[in-house]
Design a protein around this ligand. Structure first.
Ligand code: SF4
Length: 174
């Protein structure tokens, strides 16, 4: 990945979403995912060479212009496959007073293991409020599972989980 850039599925931030986390949110759609979940809704976001290469500074400018948004959600694709960019952007969203949700095909436990080899994953987790984790599983597809595609995916309070060293789910979504 070119330095100071991120590969996105869309070059502009989507605003006013009510389905990608709590409240009215903006969504940054990352490009690139190797999880290959059967029945994935966004197969066009898998290829690491497609999409748009966008400078981090340009995205920060877009974040500066957001109005009446409770937070920003990172989705894709898998944002954790570009951890450097994810870290900078999540930190910036927090600096702007908004909360951070992130979707990933990894399990929280995988990310903790990965962080032992590459501490940047830990740094990223420190900047995420809510993580929706796990692969999409077609047999477990559920329209009742709010903010999730399939019922195996978990809505995790990341800061509580880091503090207690175990997965803490957001109670109202259990
Ligand atoms: S992790 Fe998400 S984007 Fe990647 S294949 Fe699975 S459902 Fe699709």
């Amino acid at each position: 990945m070119e330095k100071n850039c991120v590969r996105l599925a869309s070059p502009t931030i989507q605003t006013d979403s009510i389905v990608d986390g709590e409240g009215i949110r903006s969504v940054i759609w990352f490009q690139g995912c190797s999880h290959n979940c059967l029945g994935c809704h966004n197969p066009e976001t898998h290829d690491f060479y497609q999409g748009f290469l966008v400078s981090i500074n340009e995205l920060k400018e877009q974040i500066n212009e957001l109005e009446y948004q409770e937070g920003v959600t990172f989705s894709g694709g898998d944002p954790f496959m570009q951890p450097e960019a994810l870290l900078v952007l999540a930190r910036y969203v927090h600096e702007k007073g908004m909360n951070v949700w992130c979707y990933t095909g990894f399990l929280y436990e995988d990310l903790i293991k990965m962080a032992k080899e590459k501490p940047i994953y830990f740094e990223v987790l420190k900047e995420i409020d809510i993580l929706v984790d796990g692969k999409f599983v077609q047999e477990l597809k559920s329209f009742d599972a709010v903010f999730r595609g399939s019922s195996n995916q978990r809505i995790i309070d990341v800061q509580k989980s880091l503090a207690r060293e175990k997965v803490i789910l957001v109670e109202k979504y259990i």
